[in-house]
Design a protein around this ligand. Sequence first.
Ligand SMILES: Cc1cc2nc3c(=O)[nH]c(=O)nc-3n(C[C@H](O)[C@H](O)[C@H](O)COP(=O)(O)OP(=O)(O)OC[C@H]3O[C@@H](n4cnc5c(N)ncnc54)[C@H](O)[C@@H]3O)c2cc1C
Length: 410
Amino acid sequence: MPINPTDLQHPGAAHVDSYWAATAGPEVEGAAPVDSDREVDVAIIGGGYTGLSAAYHLGREHGISAHVLEANRIGWGCSGRNGGFCSIGIGKDDFGDWVRRFGLDPAKQIFEQGREAVRSVQRILVAEKLEVDRSPEGGLELAHRPNRIGEMAVRQRNLKELFGLDCRLLSKSELDQGYLVSREAHGALIHDEGFALHAMKYSRGLARAAQRHGAALHGASPVLEWRRDGKRHLLQTPGGSVRARQVVIAGNGYTGDRLHPATNGRLLPVLSNIIVTRELSQAERESVNWRSYLKIWDSRRLLFYYRLLPQNRVLFGARGGIDDTPGTTGTRRHGWSGGSPKCSPRWPRWRQNISGAAGSASRATRTPISAASRTVPSTTPWPIWAPVWRWRHIAGACLRGGLQEDPMAR
Ligand SMILES: Cc1cc2nc3c(=O)[nH]c(=O)nc-3n(C[C@H](O)[C@H](O)[C@H](O)COP(=O)(O)OP(=O)(O)OC[C@H]3O[C@@H](n4cnc5c(N)ncnc54)[C@H](O)[C@@H]3O)c2cc1C
């Protein structure tokens, strides 16, 4: 069964039943649906990090009051459901891939942009005083097989010498003693850039900050049709039309092919998953010596990522395929909660301890995410601005909402 990301004919859908939705506090107020025809300067389609950040920066830096049109609730898409890893990586490619494809200087520029993206989230958090359950700074990349350590040593040297990232290698015994014990942790690269946050607290905080800087947010306002009206764009929502001078498409993997030719055929929704366990007891954590609240990911191409949340729950994430049936969802959940032999090698006592937590009282979310045809973020040509992310990017989406050249200010 193909993935059906959102039903524009039934707008205003509730958030999926996730740990984030249950712990994020109240919804954003003042996000009523469009209820009459209106003329606006900038319309933004999509109320996730990209759309909200674009609205925030347009208001704060240029005094433009953007109108955000969200089909469901603010933060309903990936921005309310992700793992919360705010990292400097951009797109799907690795730093080494960039050097090979583009050369060293462009690769350094991309890297710096990734850093700047993380800093932009930090700046928003501080300037707007947002409380998002931040983790400590930094992250651990685990060598999930012994033969990955050699590659990791090369990466460490390159990241340090070419990109100026202060990172070092940890041995298996350092990992076991100071971070966690796992059969899939044979060494690690540790650095102190990036952090993790509560996905939905951040999207709501960003939404409120955008409102404070003049943005108008509209939930339950899907753009059903888009026509040109002279030099203007006419966006049709169920409650009225929005006539805009400029439009940002920030619909991610939910955009669909029919909205505008600019995004037609450029996005493939694929499933991504996270599971959050109940709180682990101290004995359960000690059984794998899990001491660190740093974000962790492994050296797989389609990586596993996990972290301890502040309340000592485990958040575990992985990719989830391109078909969406009750069967595939059940299989995934069974695998993660320790029912599958695939799960047990990761932690020696996973089955007895942590898998009990995952199986007994956990929340799992399967969510479409956009897999763009290109492996690096891209945008459609001006004047339609449609940033396209491949897999991730919390931080990239927040770097002025992908409006790298501030075209709106022209
Ligand atoms: C399970 C999972 C884990 C992830 N983990 C991480 C992570 O740890 N770190 C990281 O950096 N990234 C992660 N990501 C990716 C990250 O969440 C996304 O890159 C980011 O949230 C994209 O934000 P966005 O605003 O572009 O899109 P979204 O948040 O998906 O928002 C798009 C919105 O557009 C709306 N929309 C679509 N079409 C229309 C229309 N016609 N009219 C009106 N509204 C419309 C949708 O309803 C939706 O709310 C993860 C994603 C998933 C699914």
